[in-house]
Write a protein that binds this ligand. Sequence first.
Ligand code: ADP
Ligand code: MG
Length: 482
Amino acid sequence: MSTISNDKYEAVIGLEVHAQLLTESKAFAGVSSEYGGAPNSQVTPLCLGHPGTLPVLNENLVRFTIKMGLATNCKIAEKSIFARKNYFYPDLPKGYQISQYETPICYDGYIKIELDDYEKTIGLTRIHMEEDAGKSIHDQDPYHTLVDLNRAGTPLIEIVSEPDLRTPQEAYEYLKKIRQIVQYLEICDGNMEEGSLRCDANVSIRLRGQKELGTRTELKNMNSFRNVERAITYEIERQIELLESGGQVVQQTLLWDPNKLETRQMRSKEEAHDYRYFPEPDLPPIIVSKEMLSEVEKELPELPDVRFNRFVNELGLNSDDAVILTENRLLADYFEEALSILDEPKALSNVILTEVLRVLNDQSITIKEFSVSAERLTELIVLKLEDKINSSAMQTIFNEMLKNGKSATDLAKELNLIQVSDSGFIEPIIDEIIESYPDEVARYREGKKALIGFFIGQVMKKSKGKANPKQVREIVAEKLES
Ligand code: ADP
Ligand code: MG
């Protein structure tokens, strides 16, 4: 099969990402938009499309969207309008979705992505506001399609990229960046598996060096980051094979089948005019005042890129570590909480990136559910830094802390792991070990200095891990040299 790093062709990819906003109520109705309620329990006459009902704009929909726009370097329109996107579907009782068409509220932005050996800026065409449709359920009744309208009217933003992406990996990184930003802004939980972040991928290929874009297809139904990458890879290869065998790409919408790992046709591509867009007559224009803009600006948290740079430049962390620490806002918050107690960035990041992340992975939990508080973890690291416990004791105590709510100091005492730096305790043990291994002592004295590790190990064992290894090394060396 042909590969993506094809010399003859280049892929062009543009993504449309929908993010479900974490507002408390729906976009235009005063009812909860929370996920998971009993079917059709969160609906108003408006959600059902009853005649005579009127939409009322949820101001948080506007604020959340502006936040995203500012975080992605967009211009914010002082005035924009809503438009009706008309189509017929059972889960859309109104017969149209309220969206934005000619005047999106945010436009002309960009996002930076990092690949293994290069950085790239991806243009954002627009971010607009819209409402979600309801949900058709096809797999619960053998004869009927069921409709749940809880989701009808849930606020969404659609983030449309320029066709600036060139490889499936770039698309993957771009998507991860979007998730990271919405999570930092706390406007969307970013969960692709549960559908709160959805991505349609537009894919075309063209000869290298060619300016015009090729005919594109649009891929849908990829419900994980990996599936987006896989589906795009598959589609690029399919298009190359098609052109190479004398065929032509047909503009159409394709569905990704995650089980068969292939795409299949869903429908021929609809055009904008099929939707009969027209201005929404029931809602006034959206006016973003200077005051509102500066209020929202003040609410912006430190963004991931800025935080990453601060971790590297001010805290002295290496960039690989800083990437992982800042990937998830809550993990970075945890790290910073610990840092506010103990100003040892390197030591803290080491323990969090190895021990803490291992536990999170093993238990499939997030840092929010992690049982050891930042304060408790810090206490453990202090014991180590002050040489009161050694590395293996630290490990043992950490594992115990996971099981019960006890503090590191209490556990160190209870498990008898406080390191002893008293030479009156250590010297007799060292003497005993030296006496028991005359051959090793002779070889050491003949020049086999690496044996020092053997003696230290024996002493540590004999002391049940309580001796201070630094001190043991000094005394052992002194005694062997004499
Ligand atoms: P539509 O309204 O039909 O979805 P848009 O023109 O708004 O189409 O574009 C949607 C997405 O498709 C954008 O992300 C855009 O960058 C991308 N796109 C447009 N043309 C191409 C192409 N030839 N190849 C790949 N992506 C494209
Ligand atoms: Mg589209």
